[in-house]
Write a protein that binds this ligand. Sequence first.
Ligand SMILES: NC(=O)C1=CN([C@@H]2O[C@H](COP(=O)(O)OP(=O)(O)OC[C@H]3O[C@@H](n4cnc5c(N)ncnc54)[C@H](OP(=O)(O)O)[C@@H]3O)[C@@H](O)[C@H]2O)C=CC1
Ligand SMILES: O=C1Nc2ccccc2C1=O
Length: 292
Amino acid sequence: MEEEKVSPMAAMFRSVPQIFRGRQCAPGPLSARMLSKIADEKRPLADKVAVITGSTKGIGFAIAQRLAQNGAHVVISSRKQQNVDRAVAMLKEEGLSVTGTVCHVGKAKDRQHLVATALEHSGGVDFLVCVAGVNPLVGSTLGASEQIWDKILDVNVKSPALLLSQLLPHMEKRGGSSVVLVSSVVAYLPVPKLGVYNTSKAALLGLCKSLAIELAPKGIRVNCLVPGIIKTDFGLGEKAVPNLLPDLNKIYGLQRLGEPEDCAGIVSFLCSPDAKYITGENIVVAGFSPKL
Ligand SMILES: NC(=O)C1=CN([C@@H]2O[C@H](COP(=O)(O)OP(=O)(O)OC[C@H]3O[C@@H](n4cnc5c(N)ncnc54)[C@H](OP(=O)(O)O)[C@@H]3O)[C@@H](O)[C@H]2O)C=CC1
Ligand SMILES: O=C1Nc2ccccc2C1=O
């Protein structure tokens, strides 16, 4: 039998999955422009750069992984070099584009270093996702020392604003920039003995709204992820809410705890062009709704 002769363009067309072929108006090979449009749709964050704090494990790592899978170059960070090295290696093993650096978000020098690293390696920044958060106290709100108040508010509330103020001139230049803060359902349903943490997470809802109106004229969107109980070291740790609360998800919700990956898609969406008319929103990912 004679061997079928196939032009390079036809071969390329055959390699495009059926689902995409249906998009053509008329039969025939896909143009290079159409192929690149399809690639863009599959990788909506292509050519973008994302800086993500607290991203070497848990929710932050899942977000970094998803943003990178969707085409972004990600700059991951956390306090410990060994955690940064491990997370960078895991993402590189997947063939993803990643840089890592140490950044304790409560330290001004570390924040400066994170900004410098991102600019040096990536030439600019499009997205900032502020995941790092701490809760060093289970106990009375009014019994909390000033040191505890300072630590929780510094890391959870002040650091996203201070980091963003340093990145702002660079994000402004890019167009289509997006910021995502990370609060908690405890902002809506305060948990006993976590008063200072509850307060810090409620403050983030307000920070999101204030930054959204301040930055809207510059074309920068600001939204906030509000997770429920997510299976991470922090979420299931001894200072976590499941130990302190009846399981709200069992009573009201989808009958399971969340996985870090449950938080990733919404952040990728909020950074993507599909969300270009969404700003100032606090979006709950909890398997139930804590709001009226
Ligand atoms: N898990 C849950 O159920 C919920 C979590 N949240 C919020 O989600 C966020 C992430 O939590 P989760 O993924 O569960 O936590 P994990 O403990 O799984 O991960 C925390 C990450 O943050 C880093 N980190 C901790 N402190 C700092 C800091 N000061 N500066 C920079 N990086 C830091 C850690 O690395 P390293 O140790 O190297 O610094 C690690 O990479 C927090 O803001 C938390 O409040 C909100 C609601 C529910
Ligand atoms: O750290 C947290 N652990 C949690 C568990 C359940 C709901 C919220 C949270 C937190 O914010």
